[in-house]
Write a protein that binds this ligand. Structure first.
Ligand SMILES: CC(C)(COP(=O)(O)OP(=O)(O)OC[C@H]1O[C@@H](n2cnc3c(N)ncnc32)[C@H](O)[C@@H]1OP(=O)(O)O)[C@@H](O)C(=O)NCCC(=O)NCCS
Length: 188
């Protein structure tokens, strides 16, 4: 994981605000801990669509969740394009920070989001790939990645299933309705 270049991160917001198309040249994962305060604020200003907020919350809420829990058991990642534009976020947790249904050997994934103007360009898939790489590097003892996703969140469900994630059990009654609990082996 590389340190962020503050100048690039700031300059990139001009592109973001102009909603320019950014080539799908891949993503970088940056630890939220290495961002400047202003950069975190920039990340907070990114948005998903209103209906998507019901599923995964806002960027600001995910940053707040990270701030409230940041420590050895919670890793926050910001995704930027190679040109420096911030486009996404995710949190990774280990027990005891993970939900109580998380096995001790698992990493839980939370709040994966790609800003709405950047969706549909392959960034979500790349972000998940980078998150899994980071989970493996940060917690080499972990054997499984787990997450919960609302049954009505067809975009996220499709993304996770295409990645090979499978139901770890029955469908549960979750926060806003039925939710799948999915898992993926982290051992190669
Ligand atoms: C889920 C999300 C991260 C996908 O990001 P993205 O950058 O648009 O995804 P990608 O372009 O990389 O697409 C990857 C896969 O996601 C699925 N997908 C993405 N958008 C989709 C849509 N509108 N409908 C159905 N499937 C969709 C597809 O399986 C796609 O693979 P394909 O292109 O081979 O068909 C994004 O929609 C998002 O941020 N949603 C709001 C937050 C959220 O719900 N997070 C999940 C919380 S559990």
């Amino acid at each position: 994981m590389r340190a962020v270049d503050p100048a690039k991160f700031e300059a990139s917001m001009v592109d973001h605000e102009m909603q320019n198309n950014v080539a799908t040249d891949g993503l970088r994962a940056i630890n939220l801990s290495s961002l400047l305060h202003t950069q975190v604020n920039t990340l907070c200003s990114l948005q998903v669509s209103k209906p998507q907020e019901d599923f995964g919350g806002t960027f600001a809420e995910t940053v707040e969740e990270w701030r409230a829990n940041a420590g050895q058991s919670v890793l926050g990642l910001c995704f930027t394009t190679y040109s420096g534009a911030p486009v996404g976020i995710v949190l990774l947790k280990r027990p005891p920070a993970s939900p109580d249904w998380t096995p001790p050997s698992a990493v839980s994934l939370h709040g994966l989001k790609i800003a709405h103007t950047f969706q549909g360009q392959g960034f979500g898939r790349k972000a998940l790939e980078l998150a899994i790489d980071e989970a493996r590097m940060t917690w080499p003892d972990a054997t499984t990645l787990i997450l919960a996703v609302d049954a009505g969140n067809s975009a996220a469900l499709s993304l996770y299933r295409r990645f090979g994630m499978t139901d770890s059990g029955p469908i549960y009654h979750g926060r806003i309705g039925l939710e799948h609990r999915l898992e993926l082996s982290l051992t190669r």
